[in-house]
Design a protein around this ligand. Structure first.
Ligand SMILES: Nc1ncnc2c1ncn2[C@@H]1O[C@H](COP(=O)(O)OP(=O)(O)OP(=O)(O)O)[C@@H](O)[C@H]1O
Ligand SMILES: [Mg+2]
Length: 274
């Protein structure tokens, strides 16, 4: 059974201004899926429908067999962790320490010390545990929001723009955290404008365009499409540099990671020889 099932879902905030039209797709518990689309395409709206923060005008959303609109939010919260696009929308505690375990406490978990230290270590937040979240710099606040989401230990997570506003070191931490999720058998939906990051971390791509799912494909299959760059361009995005270069080599498999691209070149190359 799929974890998230959208069937014929339509939604609008304002009368006569539809955002999503008859959308159908499903996501399994262990899948790693990226969702992309232009600014305002409706990606965050899909997130809110998936976790019951909004209800569809038509069609049905089912999560792990239950309807989010007809169940208390905590029933979905124990199935899907959510990191919102704006970290300030989900940070309420007065210390980083309390914020990381806030969701766990809400789920009724008493013993949180081990999780707290593991997650703080993962996101390099150990030295700031007693700080007020608003005394962190914005990239650390992003990490804190992701940390408190992952701390809930849900089988699946949705991350809305997890790399927005962060630089390379934080990006690496986020990547390592997602890899740990995968190792633990957990899936995720990554909503992102950061295509390079999404393609590195996900196996499947959904492109939302004018309220419909225009692409739903395995990432390697999408990259092999002759019109892949055109589709991204039409949605305000550009193919990341590594797959763009790799595509010019006309390989069967288009590389997403730099070491994979270098191994496709004739002769021996590594990142230092560039
Ligand atoms: N509360 C709201 N009331 C009215 N319109 C809204 C509301 N929230 C979002 N919208 C509109 O709905 C559309 C979809 O918004 P949404 O935030 O889902 O897009 P998005 O794909 O997440 O965009 P972004 O890439 O900027 O994060 C946009 O046109 C947006 O302006
Ligand atoms: Mg959004």
């Amino acid at each position: 059974m799929a974890l998230i099932q959208f069937t014929n879902v339509s939604f609008s905030y304002l009368r006569n201004v539809p955002v999503l039209h008859h959308i159908s797709f499903s996501i399994e518990k262990t899948e790693r899926v990226m969702l992309v689309g232009t600014i305002g395409a409706g990606k965050s709206t899909m997130l809110k429908l998936a976790v019951g923060l909004l209800s569809p005008d038509n069609g049905t959303v089912i999560v792990d067999g239950i309807n989010p609109s007809r169940n208390p939010l905590h029933e979905i919260a124990r199935r899907i962790g959510v990191a919102l696009q704006n970290p300030s929308d989900q940070i309420f505690s007065i210390t980083v320490r309390e914020e990381i375990i806030y969701g766990l406490h809400n789920l009724g978990v008493q013993e949180t010390s081990h999780t707290l230290h593991r997650i703080a270590d993962l996101f390099h937040l150990t030295d700031v545990l007693d700080k007020h979240p608003y005394d962190l710099h914005p990239a650390q606040r992003r990490l804190l929001a992701l940390a408190s989401t992952i701390a809930m230990n849900t089988p699946f997570c949705i991350f809305d723009e997890p790399t927005s506003g962060v630089s390379k070191p934080e990006r690496k931490l986020i990547s390592a955290a997602l890899d740990q999720q995968t190792t633990a058998g957990k899936g995720y939906l990554l909503i992102t404008h950061d295509l390079a990051f999404g393609m590195e971390q996900c196996d499947r791509i959904l492109v939302l365009n004018k309220g419909i799912i225009a692409v739903d494909e395995a990432v390697p299959d999408f990259l092999r499409r002759p019109d892949a760059q055109g589709i991204l361009k039409a949605n305000g995005m550009q193919m990341p540099i590594v797959p763009r270069m790799s595509a010019t080599l006309a390989q069967e498999n288009i590389a997403v990671l730099l070491p994979d691209f270098l191994s496709q070149l004739p002769g021996k190359h590594n990142e230092n020889t560039l």
